[in-house]
Design a protein around this ligand. Structure first.
Ligand code: GLP
Length: 244
């Protein structure tokens, strides 16, 4: 779906999420959301907060799992995705503390593999993701599944691409201080969601969006794996659609 701008697109996505939350409420069930960081989802979260404040949308039945976290990373660091989620969404709605999960950037190296397996298991035991929100990196990464990630990959520690680190360097005060690794949900973890919505705004994303949507399914552009999903949608603005 191509929208005139990010605001209109974000409103539509937030409405879809809100409808799903309310549907699960009527059914007396939790709503299991996979959530994303980066600048792209900020406008979706802002709209959800508005709906909470003005329309009484409740998040009491929401259980969420974030895609990724830098490694190593302290939760209260300025750049942590844990902090990002609290600032952009969780602190402004009524989601119970303990209902939201972000990969733990403080886990000891020898425990990371076990932690990653447990993260996937927790998602499965919660009933699987009803909805997964995604951004896209300039190199096609989803979560932090960098090019080369396999379609059957699960949650794991990932070495970040140079281009990913270069894009993040402004937040960390330069490349040398930018983490080399991250814990990310795997491609298989993402594709197991019942619904996947990928957001992309701006001309900068146009080439990678073309590859992901019109190119072959390839590990060199992990977002192209979404072509194999029965219920995935790219929600983009006109600028990101300019090379389609
Ligand atoms: C980071 C995140 C991704 C995100 C990407 C794009 O690498 N780990 O999940 O999709 O940035 O970010 P932005 O939305 O700011 O372009």
């Amino acid at each position: 779906h191509i929208y005139a701008d990010a605001k209109a697109a974000s409103r539509a996505v937030a409405h879809e999420i809100a409808d799903l939350i309310r549907l699960r409420q009527q059914e007396g069930l939790p709503c299991i959301l996979g959530l994303a960081t980066g600048s792209s989802p900020k406008t979706v979260y802002a709209e959800l907060i508005r709906m909470h404040r003005e329309e009484g949308l409740s998040f009491r039945n929401v259980v969420s799992f974030n895609l990724d976290e830098y490694y190593p990373m302290e939760p209260d660091s300025l750049q942590s995705y844990w902090r990002f989620m609290r600032e952009q969404l969780f602190d402004h709605v009524d989601i119970p503390e303990g209902n939201y999960n972000v990969p733990d950037g403080t886990i000891r190296p020898e425990k990371v593999a076990e932690f990653a397996q447990r993260y996937d298991r927790q998602i499965a035991e919660a009933g699987g993701l009803d909805f997964q929100l995604l951004g896209i990196g300039g190199n096609g990464h989803i979560g932090f599944n960098e090019p080369g990630s396999l379609i059957n990959s699960h949650t794991r520690l990932m070495m970040l691409d140079h281009s990913t680190r270069a894009a993040a360097a402004v937040d960390f005060g330069g490349l040398p201080r930018t983490p080399r690794k991250a814990i990310t949900m795997g491609v298989a973890s993402i594709l197991a969601a019942k619904r996947v919505v990928l957001l992309a705004w701006g001309e900068r994303k146009a080439p990678v969006i073309r590859g992901a949507v019109e190119g072959t399914v390839t590990e060199t552009n992990p977002a192209s794996y979404l072509q194999t999903h029965p219920n995935a949608l790219f929600v983009i603005d006109e600028a990101a659609a300019s090379e389609l």
